[in-house]
Design a protein around this ligand. Structure first.
Ligand code: F6P
Length: 349
C-alpha cells in the first residue's frame, strides 16, 4: 500500500523540460518515498474536472528528451469562477490526493498560491521560456528557447548579408525581453528591442542608419513580441493578432515585427523583411541544461512534498536549488535590468 498519493499537473504554455521534471519527481517519489502518482490532465482543467491518468514508472520511461508535456496543458483559471478554488480543494479529496505538484509560470503558480491560502497542500515548480518568474535565476525552457533563437539569427544573418537587407526577427516575451536579449547578444544582433524599454520609430531608424552610414549594408533587429512603440498621439498599446483575452486576462500578442519592418523600409528605403519565430521557440527537445535543471527541480519538488513544506516553489539561486514561498514567486515579474540592457547597447548600430 503506497504511503501517499501525489498529483502532478503542467499549466500554461508548454515548455521544453516539462517531461524531465515529471520524470524526476515520479522516479524519486516512487522509488524512495513509496508514493503513488496521478497525472492531472491539461493543467487546472483536470483539477476542475477530476481528469487524471495513472503516472508510474512505465509512463515516465523514455520521456526525458521529449518536448511538450505528457500531461497536456491549458490556460484554465479556476479562480475565474467564484467557487473554482473551493472546487479544486474538494476535488483534491475526491481524487484522494495528499499533495499536488504544480509546474507552471506566473499564472499557474498564481493559482497554486491562492490554493495554498485555502490550505490545499501544493508545491510549485517554475516553468516558462520567458524566464520572467520572480525568485529564481532561471526557469527551465529558457535555455532551449535562447538556443533556438540564436540558431535562427545565425541563419538569418547569412541571407541578410547576401541580399543587403534589414531583417527583423520577432521573438516571444510578453512582459520581459530575456529571450530577445540573450539570443540577440549571442547572435550578434545590431539592435535588440525589449518590453522593459521605450522606443520611438525614429530611434530605431536612426540606429539602423548609423550602422549603414559606417559602411554596413545589412542589419539584424531582434524584437520581443511585447514591445510597445511610443507614439505622440496615443497611449502605448500592445500589437495584437486578434481581440479578446485568455482566462488570465492576457491578449494574444504578435505583429510588432511587421510594424517595425514596414516603418523601417518606408523611412530608410532599405529592403526589409520580418521573421516571426513564434511557437518554434517552445517546441522540440530540451537542451542538456534544461534537462538537468528540470531534473533537479523535479527531485526538489518531491522532497518539498515529503518534508510537508507546502506553499513553496523550488528555485535556482546561484547553483543551489532552494525553495521560496509561492506568494513571493508570483508577487512581481523578474524583468531585464538596465545594466544588462546597457551592455547590449554597446553593439547597437
Ligand atoms: O508565456 C509563455 C509564452 O510563450 C509567451 O512568451 C507568449 O506570449 C505566450 O506564451 C504565447 O501563448 P500561446 O501558446 O497561448 O499562443
Amino acid at each position: 500500500m503506497a504511503e501517499k498519493t501525489v498529483g502532478i499537473l503542467t499549466g500554461g504554455g508548454d515548455c521544453p523540460g516539462l517531461n524531465a521534471v515529471i520524470r524526476a519527481a515520479v522516479r524519486k517519489g516512487i522509488t524512495q518515498y513509496d508514493y503513488r502518482f496521478k497525472g492531472i490532465q491539461k493543467g487546472w482543467k483536470g483539477m476542475m474536472e477530476c481528469d487524471w491518468e495513472p503516472l508510474g514508472l512505465e509512463e515516465i520511461s523514455g520521456i526525458l528528451p521529449k518536448g511538450g508535456t505528457i500531461l497536456g496543458t491549458s490556460r484554465t483559471n479556476p479562480f475565474k469562477e467564484g467557487d473554482g478554488g473551493d472546487m479544486v480543494a474538494e476535488n483534491m479529496r475526491r481524487m484522494k490526493l495528499d499533495a499536488l505538484i504544480a509546474i507552471g509560470g506566473e499564472d499557474t503558480l498564481g493559482v497554486a498560491s491562492k490554493l495554498n491560502d485555502l490550505d490545499v497542500p501544493v508545491v510549485g515548480v517554475p516553468k516558462t521560456i520567458d524566464n520572467d518568474l520572480n525568485g529564481t535565476d532561471y526557469t527551465f525552457g529558457f535555455d532551449t528557447a535562447v538556443n533556438i533563437v540564436t540558431e535562427a539569427i545565425d541563419r538569418i544573418h547569412t541571407t541578410a548579408e547576401s541580399h543587403n537587407r534589414v531583417m527583423v526577427i520577432e521573438v516571444m516575451g510578453r512582459h520581459s525581453g530575456w529571450i530577445a536579449l540573450h539570443a540577440g547578444l549571442a547572435g550578434g544582433a545590431d539592435m535588440i528591442l525589449i518590453p522593459e524599454q521605450k522606443y520611438t520609430v525614429d530611434e530605431i531608424v536612426q540606429t539602423i542608419e548609423k550602422r549603414h552610414n559606417r559602411g554596413k549594408d545589412f542589419s539584424i533587429v531582434v524584437v520581443a513580441e511585447g514591445v510597445m512603440l511610443q507614439a505622440e498621439e496615443k497611449d502605448d498599446e500592445f500589437v495584437v493578432q486578434e481581440a479578446g483575452l485568455d482566462e488570465f486576462g492576457h491578449v494574444k500578442l504578435g505583429g510588432i515585427g511587421q510594424v517595425i519592418c514596414n516603418e523601417v523600409e518606408r523611412r530608410t528605403g532599405f529592403e526589409t523583411r520580418v521573421t516571426v519565430l513564434g511557437h518554434l521557440q517552445r517546441g522540440g527537445t530540451p537542451t542538456a541544461f534544461d534537462r538537468v535543471l528540470g531534473t533537479r527541480f523535479g527531485i526538489a519538488a518531491v522532497d518539498l512534498v515529503h518534508a510537508k513544506n507546502f506553499g513553496n516553489m523550488v528555485s535556482l539561486q546561484g547553483n543551489e536549488i532552494v525553495s521560496i514561498p509561492l506568494s513571493e514567486a508570483v508577487d512581481k515579474l523578474k524583468v531585464v535590468d538596465q545594466e544588462f540592457y546597457d551592455l547590449a547597447r554597446v553593439f547597437f548600430g
